[in-house]
Design a protein around this ligand. Structure first.
Ligand SMILES: [Zn+2]
Ligand SMILES: [Zn+2]
Ligand SMILES: [Zn+2]
Length: 134
């Protein structure tokens, strides 16, 4: 209640804004801005963070996890692709892995995702070879 530095000059109540519903999600690692870009991937399209199955924590990329987590990354098996494990850094909406695989942009705010991420998504998700980007 008493949080003076979150006062919104428009009088808009941030608590009632559904776009902020997931804004308490913590993204770890070498983030360089508040849209989950990191020291490794910082193009305008690199706005997603991935929750790692091993520790349940969000990191901007597999290199951030490797440097900061101190344990090997565990990939999500295809049987768990309905887990919410992908975070849009722009609006903090959480997508399931299956939703992310099918999306080219955030279904909530429309932010474009980096199509090149598909080429290394097997680092995060155990995608059947049939569906892997060549
Ligand atoms: Zn981990
Ligand atoms: Zn990184
Ligand atoms: Zn979004």
């Amino acid at each position: 209640m008493n949080r003076p530095d979150e006062t919104d000059p428009t009088g808009h109540d941030p608590q009632s804004d559904p776009a902020r519903a997931g804004s308490d999600v913590v993204v770890r690692g070498a983030t360089v801005d508040d849209q989950t870009r990191c020291a490794h991937y910082a193009s305008p399209l690199d706005v997603v963070a991935i929750r790692f199955r091993c520790c349940g924590e969000y990191y901007p990329c597999h290199l951030c996890h490797e440097e900061a987590a101190g344990h090997p990354a565990e990939r999500w098996p295809a049987s768990e692709f309905d887990a919410r494990a992908v975070l849009c850094g722009v609006c903090r909406h959480e997508l399931t892995i299956a939703e992310y695989q099918a999306a080219t942009a955030c279904p909530h705010c429309g932010a474009r995702f980096n199509p090149r991420c598909a080429s290394h998504s097997h680092l995060y998700f155990d995608i059947p070879a049939l569906f892997r980007a060549k």
